[in-house]
Design a protein around this ligand. Structure first.
Ligand SMILES: Nc1nc2c(c(=O)[nH]1)N[C@H]1C(S)=C(S)[C@@H](COP(=O)(O)O)O[C@H]1N2
Ligand SMILES: [Mo]
Length: 323
């Protein structure tokens, strides 16, 4: 796996793919490129070289700032993306077959100006931001990831939602020829993978469509070329490789709830007080921190620590019922 990463990132030695300080030095390095006009020079073909192209966004004050970022190697080799297999290591092995250019995202439903965007146009028109977010998965692990993305609200405003739009539904690509998990006898989920948000969650400034991480174009296994990031919800809400965003008046069906409604709900807010039916959600393991006997567990924070900013969205809702 390391070998694969090195192949795509000849400028980083394996020993370097490890720490926040390295990450910051690398950022300075990329900023140097930008100053020299080289990043702009790569456009518009920058998405083509999907695993290596620099992608710079202005640092956002919405970032989680007090935590060490998770090593790039963990972020790109420990993934859930069932279109490429169900083991955590499968997406890193199999997702290279996905062709991410050209890429269209259809935005339709209850909107005045439905659109079929070319992703490159969208990214050119909406300012990229870098946001370091804490991510928490329902399986009990967490990471801190420097995303590069655009606010989902910016995309939604462009299409002019109608007053009757109450929810946003997302769909992942279906392309069995390039997604090994969509072929053959065993299918982990019905495709397309689907997820959704309530309109106010979708419009919240913390919600982004990410197109990169660690200052580079999104690796395929993390949901290239565009995926959802909602930092106060469990990781499975981060739908990957999005091709359609639809505004609806009714709560949309979502893959994990359809598969197992007892275990997964529509809201899926990180909540240490509501356990998953098969395990506690009170603590989490930060990937990359210790191993074996030395695994450290930390208390899970309500709304993944973003409560100050999002708790009001759920005022008056029983979060034991609306899981
Ligand atoms: N299309 C699609 N999106 C998906 C998934 C998937 O299987 N298919 N898995 C989800 C789950 S369960 C998790 S935990 C996150 C993992 O994102 P990461 O691999 O970038 O950490 O992606 C989510 N998005
Ligand atoms: Mo997950």
């Amino acid at each position: 796996m390391v070998a694969m990463l090195i192949k795509h990132r000849p400028d980083i030695a394996p020993s370097e793919i490890i720490s926040r300080s390295v990450y910051l030095r690398r950022r300075e390095f990329l900023a140097g490129f930008a100053a020299a006009g080289l990043v702009a020079g790569l456009s518009p073909g920058f998405l083509r070289d999907a695993q290596a192209a620099p992608m710079k966004g202005a640092p956002s004050p919405l970032s989680t700032t007090d935590e060490t970022v998770t090593p790039l190697r963990d972020v790109t080799t420990y993934n859930n993306f069932y279109e490429f297999g169900t083991d955590k290591g499968d997406p890193a092995k199999n997702a290279h077959t996905l062709k991410t250019t050209p890429w269209k995202v259809k935005v339709d439903g209850l909107v005045n100006k439905g659109a079929d965007y070319d992703l490159e146009d969208l990214i050119r028109d909406i300012a990229l931001e870098e946001r370091i977010y804490r991510m928490r998965c329902v399986e009990g692990w967490s990471m801190v990831i420097p995303w590069v993305g655009i606010p989902l609200a910016s995309v939604l405003k462009r299409v002019e939602p109608q007053g009757s739009a109450k929810f946003v539904a997302f769909e992942t690509l279906v392309r069995p020829a390039e997604m090994v998990g969509q072929r053959g006898y065993f299918q982990a989920l019905p495709w397309p993978y689907k997820d959704g948000l309530r309109m106010d969650e979708a419009m919240h400034p913390l919600t982004i469509l990410a197109v990169g991480l660690y200052g580079e174009t999104m690796p395929n296994q993390n949901g290239a070329p565009i995926r959802l990031v909602v930092p106060w919800k469990y990781g499975f809400k981060s739908i990957k490789s999005i091709v359609r965003i639809s505004l609806t008046d009714a709560q949309p069906a979502i893959s994990w709830q359809e598969q197992n409604a007892r275990e997964y709900g529509f809201y899926s807010n990180v909540n240490p007080q509501v356990d998953h039916p098969r395990w506690s959600q009170a603590t989490e393991r930060r990937i990359g921190e210790g191993s074996g006997l030395f695994v450290r567990r930390r208390p899970t924070l309500m709304f993944n620590g973003y409560g100050d900013q999002v708790a009001s969205l759920y005022a008056g809702m029983d979060l034991k019922k609306f899981i």
